[in-house]
Ligand binder design. Structure first.
Ligand SMILES: OCN(O)CCCc1ccccc1
Ligand code: NI
Length: 187
């Protein structure tokens, strides 16, 4: 089971490496890894288990954060309303690739954090508002989906990890809250 002890922190060179594509059909070890990454996200969002296991809550995780330089990410975005517990996005994605994106940019009003960064780094992280994404799913099937707003932000954060990019690389050093005209701020 993955815990915080398995998550490498900034300074580890793996976080700055470009991760390698996984072979398709998927190897058993890659399928198992994806399952464990998703299990971590579920546990991290469960108040009892997160407390028990000392987990920071996360809506996404990338294999390089486990010191495994492979193009595998897991995302699990809860719906947020208890009436409808279905997550808005829940997937393990192998070899995810952004095929196209909106001209419209967006950022989270509260900025971003990262399980591999043990400090607050304030500022807007400007990303694409909408993306068209291809990936291979846990069944080995090629998927093509469109995401927008928060879900698109989360997936871009994870894909950045596959390319050695950290969220704060996007923050304007002179003025962390500088915003170009027209950037959508997602609260
Ligand atoms: O890489 C996953 N991770 O460090 C957990 C936090 C994920 C995340 C946080 C804020 C906005 C987008 C994504
Ligand atoms: Ni991260």
């Amino acid at each position: 089971m993955i815990t915080m002890d398995n998550i490498i922190r900034e300074g580890n060179p793996t976080l700055r490496a470009v991760a390698k594509e996984v072979t398709v059909p998927l190897a058993d070890e890659d399928i198992t890894l994806g399952t464990e990454m998703m299990e971590f996200l579920h546990n991290s969002q469960d108040p009892v288990k997160a407390e028990e296991l000392g987990l920071r809550g996360g809506v996404g995780l990338a294999a390089p954060q486990l010191d495994i330089s492979k193009r595998i990410i897991a995302v699990h975005v809860p719906s947020g309303d208890l009436e409808n517990p279905e997550p808005t996005l829940s997937a393990v994605m192998y070899n995810p690739k952004i095929l196209s994106h909106s001209v419209q940019d967006a950022c989270l009003g509260e900025g971003e954090g990262c399980l591999s960064v043990d400090r607050e780094v304030p500022g807007y992280v400007v990303r694409h508002n909408k993306i068209t994404l291809s990936y291979v799913d846990a069944a080995g099937v090629k998927q093509k989906i469109r995401l927008k707003n928060y879900e698109a932000i989360v997936v871009q954060h994870e894909i950045d990890h596959l390319n050695g990019v950290m969220f704060y690389d996007h923050i304007n050093a002179e003025n962390p809250y500088a915003l170009q005209d027209g950037v959508l701020v997602i609260e």
